[in-house]
Design a protein around this ligand. Structure first.
Ligand SMILES: [Zn+2]
Ligand SMILES: [Zn+2]
Length: 470
């Protein structure tokens, strides 16, 4: 009989493998080689230190004065005031130089919200739209930063303060940089939307016609799961379909000592919870990311009483429509089946939330091309995988373009990054120069005639390979 090899001997021993897990170093999250110690950012040429310093000041102002979804009144007023100041400075500079001013248009109160649309017209040509979100979260901030929130119980714990600072800085540079504006054709539209955090502010902006005559849309999110000095971009879905559901089990209440006379909704509900957990493990393709989570389960008031009903609420996250359909169908079947088996009535309601945010190939390529002028090629990565929801999807369902992550975690914190929506959330502010530079390069590359040819050539040459839909 042949002697079996012991498993240890099968392992590929390589001096480059990680000491903690024996995986190739590239795949070990704990490996220090994967930490990015040097942050190399080549900022857009006309982004001076003074302007970057102002970008930080803007971000800190927003951070200090956060407002909740659809209540971004002061934030919007501040943005309008800033934009008007940039336009006035631009006009006085042009009159001194005897040059023509750029045509601009500023619109507020989009669809009755605090949304803002700011257009800069450089001539005939394509229109590119860039989006920032303005809202904060109902979270008490615990960063102890000197610019911490002064609005009790509200904080910019997702990083939308950075998005606004980036877009304002883009506006400032476009109005100041003479060389760039003489070179541009077409239109840049900058939008500041309300209520990304669950309020679908993007839908209101679209209802307010922000997408009219727009050719491509771009957005970014600072991202604490990537080191500052890197970005995450891919063709296809970068965030998930983010849906909610509610299940109401109606049984028959009674005395705790006489279960035979009742239909216990807690026992029925428990079966529903357990059965729902088999959907992802047994019905969904293991290579398709999916989550079914129950967040609340409420029933009953007394230890000796069998309750009359139970209510459960939860979320479903998927990246593709097929998986989403399978999950909904299985949820319905489970609810119907358990109701029949137990004699309870089960009411199942599914609410479709934000769709998955998907970048088009052309949009992702434009971001990569712009980013290659700011970061080294190794720092332009596939995004950190996430099933978060994001309402940028509504714009990208209508127009081509891209949404990408801008790393905002300091290298020393990468082993345990502070997640978004946590009270001590903060960012490495060097992310502002990365985001602003990439947006400016997208504009400079795309809104010129020469840019078109280069873009086409690059699209033909570049291959995304397996980068789609992570
Ligand atoms: Zn958020
Ligand atoms: Zn966010």
């Amino acid at each position: 009989m042949k002697k079996r090899k012991r498993p240890q001997e099968w392992k590929r021993k390589d001096k480059d493998n990680c000491e903690c897990c024996d995986l190739e170093k590239l795949f070990c999250l704990n490996n220090e080689d994967n930490e990015k110690k040097d942050v190399n950012i080549k900022v857009y040429p006309s982004l001076t230190n003074a302007i970057l310093h102002e970008a930080v000041t803007l971000r800190r102002y927003f951070h200090r004065h956060p407002e909740l979804s659809y209540k971004e009144k002061n934030t919007a007023e501040f943005i309008v005031k800033e934009l008007n100041t940039y336009v006035e400075t631009h006009k006085s500079l042009c009159s001194v130089l005897g040059e023509r001013t750029i045509e601009t248009q500023l619109m507020g109160n989009i669809d009755g919200t605090h949304g803002i649309v700011f257009d800069l017209v450089f001539g005939e040509g394509k229109t590119l739209m860039f989006r920032a979100d303005m809202d904060a979260l109902p979270i008490h901030e615990t960063t102890n930063a000197e610019y911490a929130s002064v609005n009790e119980g509200v904080s910019h714990a997702c990083g939308h303060d950075a998005h606004m600072a980036i877009l304002l800085t883009v506006a400032k540079v476009l109005l100041r940089d003479r060389k760039l504006r003489h070179h541009l054709q077409g239109k840049v539209r900058l939008i500041f939307q309300p209520a990304e955090e669950g309020g679908a502010g993007a839908k209101r902006m679209i209802a307010g016609k922000c997408l009219e005559h727009v050719d491509m849309v771009f957005g970014l999110h600072v991202w604490n799961f990537q080191t500052v000095g890197t970005i995450g971009v891919c063709e296809g879905a970068i965030t998930a379909n983010s849906d909610r559901f509610e299940i109401v089990v109606t049984g028959k209440g009674g005395h705790g000592s006489q279960p035979q006379a009742t239909v216990d909704p807690i026992v029925v509900g428990a079966q529903v919870v357990t059965a729902l957990q088999t959907i992802v493990s047994r019905s969904v393709d293991p290579f398709a990311p999916a989550v079914v989570s129950i967040g609340t389960f409420h029933s009953g008031d007394a230890a000796n009483v069998i309750a009359g009903s139970a209510v459960m609420k939860g979320t479903v996250r998927t990246k593709d429509e097929r998986t989403k359909e399978i999950i909904i169908k299985r949820m319905e079947e489970i609810c119907t089946g358990i109701a029949t088996a137990t004699g309870a009535t089960i009411d199942f309601k599914y609410r479709h939330g934000y769709p998955a945010t998907k970048s088009t190939r052309s949009g992702a390529l434009l971001v990569r091309r712009a980013a290659s002028k700011v970061l080294s090629s190794g720092d332009i990565r596939l995004p950190y995988k996430s099933l978060a929801g994001e309402d940028m999807s509504y714009y990208l369902n209508e127009k081509p373009g891209a949404f990408f992550f801008v790393g905002s975690c300091s290298p020393e914190n990468l082993k345990s990054p502070v997640p978004h929506h946590r009270s001590d959330f903060n960012i490495d502010e060097r992310a502002l120069s990365v985001g602003t530079s990439i947006f400016l390069h997208i504009i400079a590359n795309s809104l010129t005639n020469s840019g078109d040819d280069e873009e086409k050539k690059e699209e033909e040459e570049e291959d995304f390979g397996g980068a789609a839909a992570v």
